[in-house]
Design a binder for this molecule. Structure first.
Ligand SMILES: NC(=O)c1ccc[n+]([C@@H]2O[C@H](COP(=O)([O-])OP(=O)(O)OC[C@H]3O[C@@H](n4cnc5c(N)ncnc54)[C@H](OP(=O)(O)O)[C@@H]3O)[C@@H](O)[C@H]2O)c1
Length: 224
């Protein structure tokens, strides 16, 4: 099977994947036995990339894929999604949600239904216009990494800045003693090369960054 490197994820996948949505919804009645046999045949033929989402079914498609990949998960790249909210009582009504709390719960549900402890590609169906994208892509992950390091998200951010070079001196602003104390403790957070790599991979440059000021203020910088 030919393979390709998928977008910026760098994941090596078969050059064709299998879209599983229609097995559970939207294209008329499904036949779970035939759907599972189709996934198994796809694996035999060398496909490694399978796409589902919590919203398909809703939830039934991830359960179906989970049943089909049982015992075969290690060889596969599984993509699933979050961000479209459906009410099982009224499945035609849709909303969007990009809040970190929602994403964390969605992720836990997807892992459970897929019968796995990791998702290779977890992506957002629709951007939530009421949630800044930095919050959606960043906060949940930075909190997770900080938890692993036994520090707060702010301390992790400052520790990362400190790790950029021995000549770098952050000047975090605060009006509170509690935050001053919290920020000072960032000096005790030791980031290993592996931690830095994980942070860089979680926040590829260009995704969680932006202009420093508004357009008008930017014009005043180096204006001469
Ligand atoms: N050279 C320049 O052009 C320039 C421009 C801007 C600023 N500066 C200097 O850089 C300093 C820092 O910049 P800045 O204040 O704009 O940005 P900053 O340090 O990135 O952010 C300050 C904000 O973060 C909050 N904060 C601080 N510690 C926190 C923590 N542990 N958890 C959550 N929130 C926390 C503060 O709220 P609380 O106050 O409520 O804690 C405040 O709202 C300024 O004070 C100034 O001296 C220089």
């Amino acid at each position: 099977m030919k393979t390709r490197s998928l977008g910026r994820s760098g994941l090596a996948v078969s050059a064709l994947g299998l879209g599983c949505m229609g097995m559970s919804e939207f294209y008329g009645p499904g036949d779970d036995a035939e759907s599972i046999a189709t996934i198994h045949r796809a694996i035999e033929l060398g496909l490694t990339f399978f796409d589902t989402a919590d919203v398909y079914g809703p939830f039934k498609n991830e359960e179906l894929v989970g049943r089909a990949i049982k015992g075969k998960r290690d060889q596969l790249i599984i993509a699933t999604k979050f961000g479209i909210v459906r009410d099982p009582e009224n499945p035609k009504a849709r909303g969007v949600n990009g809040k970190p709390d929602y994403i964390r719960k969605s992720c836990e549900g997807s892992l459970r239904r897929l019968g796995t402890d990791y998702i290779d590609l977890y992506y957002q169906h629709r951007v939530d216009p009421n949630t800044p994208i930095e919050e959606t892509v960043g906060v949940a992950k930075v909190e997770d990494i900080a938890k692993q390091k036994g520090c707060t998200a702010s301390q992790l951010a400052l520790a990362w800045v400190l790790a950029q070079g021995g000549d770098i001196v952050p000047i975090p602003g605060t009006r509170r003693r509690s935050r001053l104390a919290e920020n000072l403790k960032s000096l005790d957070v030791q980031l290993t090369g592996e931690d830095l790599k994980q942070i860089e991979e979680t926040f590829p440059r260009g995704i969680a960054s932006g202009e420093r000021y508004s357009e008008q203020m930017m014009k005043l910088i180096d204006a001469a």
